[in-house]
Design a protein around this ligand. Sequence first.
Ligand code: NAD
Ligand code: ZN
Length: 254
Amino acid sequence: MIEEAAKLIAHSHFLIAFTGAGISAESGIPTFRDKGGLWEKYKVEEVATPEAFRSNPRLVWEFYKMRMKIMKEAKPNRAHLALAELERMGLLKAVITQNIDNLHREAGNKNLIELHGNIYRVKCINCDYSEDLLESGRLEEFLEEDLPKCPKCDSLLRPDVVWFGEPLPQDALQKAFKLAERADVCLVIGTSGRVFPAAYIPYIVRDNGGYVIEINPKESGITPIADIFLKGRAGDVMEHLLAKVKRCLKDKGC
Ligand code: NAD
Ligand code: ZN
């Protein structure tokens, strides 16, 4: 199975990756739905919806500051690093992620589409103010603030992430769909495949004649349409897969 996947990747013309919370699990960032996941401690409707922010912004900020702290400590794992290497090798054309943790960028991937925003970006609920806390160097200071306010209009700042019930950034989604139409191989890593419209991506690849290779320790919503299912943790499987792709390219005969 893994040989077959390596061969598809080594011979691909337009490889893309579609990732979810599972790719960052080995970096110590909890997923949403697995055991020990974030939803066991917080109710989604109390922390990740526009209604929640309107009724209790303090609780929502508590949740997001906690996640900022966890993500700030996290380092890209072997799966993120393997994707960055595949991009440097010229094989991987883009990563489309549902994650907000910034780890693909930290690993070195340049062509990255973040469908659900980024944990380090904040924006005003009233005016057009937005800030990248990594770029402004204000993350530490920000984590100490009680309720963050807009420096321009004094309204509340909110995380620049997509909450349940909110539309995805349309430009990012359209770009992602276009990439999926072009892809001849798509690596789907660590996603439940149950959050739409993001989860359409592997379907678009398949409907346009591309191959879908999935990596997940458990079957997901994508598994029924996957051409190859590599059961296992993202870091382990990606490390093996990358080694086999390199061998395949070296041998030329694979
Ligand atoms: P999910 O939590 O619904 O599902 C996680 C998936 O990862 C499951 O299918 C699980 O079997 C798999 N998984 C668990 N451990 C794994 C491992 N070691 N290797 C590979 N796969 C593993 O996640 P989702 O489908 O991505 O849900 C989407 C929503 O969750 C998105 O909106 C995303 O923003 C959000 N989310 C993001 C982060 C993050 O940025 N790191 C963390 C939690 C949730
Ligand atoms: Zn403002």
